[in-house]
Design a binder for this molecule. Structure first.
Ligand code: PEP
Length: 257
C-alpha cells in the first residue's frame, strides 16, 4: 500500500470554454515541464468538447497526464440525443470517467441505479470509473454518514464483477464541502477512507484492493490545506475542483502531493 502512487483528479466541471481549456492545459504543461513526478498520477477532466485537444496538449508535452470525462451514458451507441457512449471516450484515448458526482446527483437527479448502469458501461470498455460518494450536511448532522457511503458504493456496484483489467477509483466528496471553502478534518477523512477500504477488503480479493482500487478525497482542497491531508497516508489522492482552474495554484497542489 505504502508504495502506491498518489492520484490527483482535476475536475474542471462546466467552468471553461474550449479556448480557455486549451490555455489552461498549456499553462499546466509548461509549469510542469522540468518537474518529475514518478509516484504521482494526474487525471484532468475538461468538458467533453475539449477532451481530445487537451489530451493532445499533454501528449505533446510528454507529461504523463491523463484525461477523464465528467460523465458517460450506459446505452450502446444509438438514438440517445446529447449522450456520450464509453465507446466514444475510449476511441479518443479517454480511460477515466467521473460517475455520480454530487452535482449530477443533485441537479440532474442521478439515482444510484443510473450510476450503477454507468459504472457497468464504463467498465465494459475498460474505462476506470471515478465513483463519487458522500453525504449532505444534514446527513452528517444525523450521524448516518458511514451507512450512507457504504450504501452508495453497494448500490453503484450492484452486479459488478471486476475482471483483472478493470479498476475503480472511489472519490469521497461530501457535497456540503465541495466548492464551499469548508473542510473536514484530515483525521475524519482518513477514517472514512479506511471505512471504504475495509468494505472492499471484506468483499473483494486482497489482490483487487491492492492493485485495482484507489480511494481519494475531494472537497475545497487548495494549496494551503493540502499538506495536512497528504500526511494521512491512507488517502490515495485528491479530487480538486475550483483550485484546478488556475495553473499556478494547481501546480502548487501537485508539488505538495
Ligand atoms: C469536485 O467537485 O470534485 C471538487 C473537489 O470541487 P472543489 O475542489 O471545488 O470543492
Amino acid at each position: 500500500m505504502a508504495n502506491k502512487p498518489k492520484l490527483i483528479v482535476a475536475n474542471w466541471k462546466m467552468n471553461l470554454g474550449h479556448e480557455i481549456s486549451k490555455f489552461l492545459a498549456n499553462d499546466i504543461a509548461a509549469g510542469l515541464l522540468d518537474y518529475s513526478f514518478n509516484n504521482l498520477k494526474i487525471i484532468i477532466c475538461p468538458s467533453f468538447i475539449s477532451l481530445q485537444e487537451v489530451n493532445e496538449i499533454f501528449k505533446k508535452s510528454k507529461l504523463d497526464i491523463n484525461i477523464g470525462a465528467q460523465d458517460v451514458f450506459w446505452e450502446a451507441p444509438g438514438a440517445y440525443t446529447g449522450e456520450i457512449s464509453p465507446i466514444f471516450l475510449k476511441e479518443i484515448g479517454c480511460h477515466y470517467v467521473i460517475i455520480g458526482h454530487s452535482e449530477r446527483r443533485f441537479y440532474l437527479h442521478e439515482t444510484n441505479n443510473m450510476i450503477n448502469q454507468k459504472i457497468k458501461s464504463a467498465l465494459a470498455e475498460e474505462i476506470t470509473p471515478i465513483l463519487c460518494v458522500g453525504e449532505t450536511q444534514e446527513e452528517r448532522k444525523e450521524g448516518t454518514v458511514d451507512h450512507l457511503i457504504i450504501g452508495q458504493i453497494k448500490d453503484a456496484l450492484e452486479g459488478v464483477v471486476f475482471s483483472p483489467n478493470q479498476k475503480i477509483i472511489i472519490a469521497y466528496e461530501p457535497n456540503w464541502i465541495i466548492g464551499t471553502g469548508q473542510t473536514l478534518s484530515p483525521e475524519e477523512v482518513a477514517r472514512i477512507v479506511r471505512l471504504i477500504k475495509k468494505y472492499f477488503t471484506d468483499h473483494y480479493s486482497s489482490e483487487f484492493v491492492e492493485n485495482s482500487l484507489m480511494v481519494i478525497y475531494g472537497g475545497s482542497i487548495n494549496s494551503r490545506n493540502i499538506k495536512s491531508f497528504v500526511q494521512q497516508e491512507v488517502i490515495d489522492g485528491f479530487g480538486v475542483g475550483g483550485a484546478s482552474l488556475k495553473a499556478d495554484e494547481f501546480i502548487k497542489i501537485i508539488k505538495s502531493v
